[in-house]
Write a protein that binds this ligand. Structure first.
Ligand code: FAD
Ligand code: EPU
Length: 340
């Protein structure tokens, strides 16, 4: 297993912020993951797992070992006439998986087209977009426990998925390295067109009898029209979660702002954080090296030359302003490293 010293990380993350790893281990197999974890234990090193780096904000150098997950492979583990169970290496890029499944006629991931990052990170926050969350197609995952090096499988219920949540962001934060994820996909298209913007986009493109590839194409076009391309401007997608308010909080917000976009959620009402930040006047805000995207106020952008601390200070200003104007607390969606 290769171990590199003082390895730069900026180009391995979509924010492109300066940082380096004291020890850097690119791992292409489960054996290499186990070896890296043995080193972590024997040397008492802090561990950071990195996938595509599209949901992290690096605020400084990482002291211990960075395990870069590069496990490849897409294989069928079970199938019948209706469904197929596909086991995928954690290092496979998410969108490459979506493209491959569409090509092979395995359906169910099309609404999640063009989300950056790796397959291994997808269960971490139960990635979601355009009316579907990962958990709808998740079957199980394989992981290695950091403190013991022992393998363990997690079923759907054991992952405790929620909106941008899983057990790996709560009780088991930092406890496991995910090495493979198994998905249950359908051989017959089961389209999810309930997210309004998809139907509008299909109509605009003149598609009246859509298939999964049309849905994927529509989602890609919508995403490109709103979200900045990380190869052009540093960002990590939505910086905050959409807050879920209880009945009392929501009713107070809605009576003051009847046009606030909102959606039912299992434990209350979800409101659009992007709308709150936009209404508070932050959309397109510029601080030279960094700022807020001019087409989606939920996205913080790095133009070059900023530090992680600069981005974090901007995020805190936004949180304070939204709290004082709307009485709503915004929670970060992006993972800040090193943990502090
Ligand atoms: P990283 O950023 O590398 O890591 C994220 C976290 O997971 C870190 O805490 C890391 O330690 C941990 N981690 C990573 N891999 C593993 C592993 N194998 N085992 C254990 N822990 C691990 N997200 C959505 O849900 N929906 C969207 O629509 C969406 N749109 C986006 C658009 C843009 C332009 C960008 C830049 C990001 C967007 N995101 C979206 C966020 C991001 O793409 C996802 O969260 C993605 O799953 C992160 O994957 P990653 O491999 O880049 O993870
Ligand atoms: N809005 C504004 N101004 C803005 C941004 C949004 O008024 O600057 C309004 C929109 O007009 C719309 C509402 O807010 O009425 C919601 O906006 P949008 O449809 O763009 O979605 P979002 O809630 O901001 C969420 C996810 C995205 C995901 C999209 C599509 C979260 C935190 N974000 O964004 O995920 O792609 O829905 O499903 O849930 C990510 O996690 O990184 C991410 C990009």
């Amino acid at each position: 297993m290769p171990v590199l010293r003082n390895h730069p990380l900026a180009s391995l993350t979509t924010f492109g912020l300066p940082s380096s790893a004291n020890f850097f281990c690119p791992c292409t197999s489960v054996e290499q993951v186990k070896e890296a974890l043995s080193l972590v234990r024997s040397e008492g090193l802090p561990l950071t797992v990195l996938g595509g780096g599209s949901n992290v904000l690096l605020t400084g150098d990482l002291d211990g070992l960075v395990l870069h997950n590069r496990l490849e492979g897409i294989e069928i583990v079970e199938e019948n006439g209706k469904e197929v169970w596909v086991k995928v290496g954690a290092g496979v890029p998410w969108h490459a998986l979506v493209v491959e499944t569409l090509k092979r006629g395995w359906y169910g991931l099309e609404n999640l087209s063009l989300i950056p990052g790796s397959v291994g990170a997808s269960p971490m926050q139960n990635i979601g977009a355009y009316g579907i969350e990962l958990e709808a197609r998740f079957h199980a995952l394989d992981a290695i426990e950091v403190h013991t090096g022992q393998p363990r499988s997690f079923s759907h219920s054991e992952c405790e998925f929620g909106y941008r949540e899983s057990i790996f962001k709560k009780e088991l934060k930092g406890a496991y390295v995910i090495t493979h994820v198994t998905f249950r996909l359908s051989r017959r298209p089961e389209l999810r067109l309930d997210y309004g913007a998809i139907r509008e986009e299909l109509d605009r493109a003149g598609v009246h009898d859509p298939g999964p590839q049309d849905v994927s194409n529509a989602v890609i076009r919508i995403r490109k029209s709103k979200l900045p391309d990380p190869s052009e401007v540093g960002n990590a997608g939505s910086f905050f979660k959409n807050p879920v308010l209880d009945a009392e909080q929501f009713s107070a917000l809605q009576s003051a702002h009847p046009d606030v976009p909102h959606y039912p959620a299992p434990s209350g009402t979800k409101v659009a954080a992007g709308w709150l930040i936009d209404r508070a006047g932050w959309k397109g805000h510029h601080r030279g090296t960094h700022g807020i995207h001019d087409r989606q106020a939920l996205v913080l952008v790095h133009h070059g030359g900023a530090s992680g601390a600069d981005l974090l200070a901007l995020a805190q200003d936004v949180q304070q302003d939204v709290a004082s104007k709307f009485g709503v607390a915004l929670e970060r969606e992006v993972n800040v490293l090193p943990l502090g």
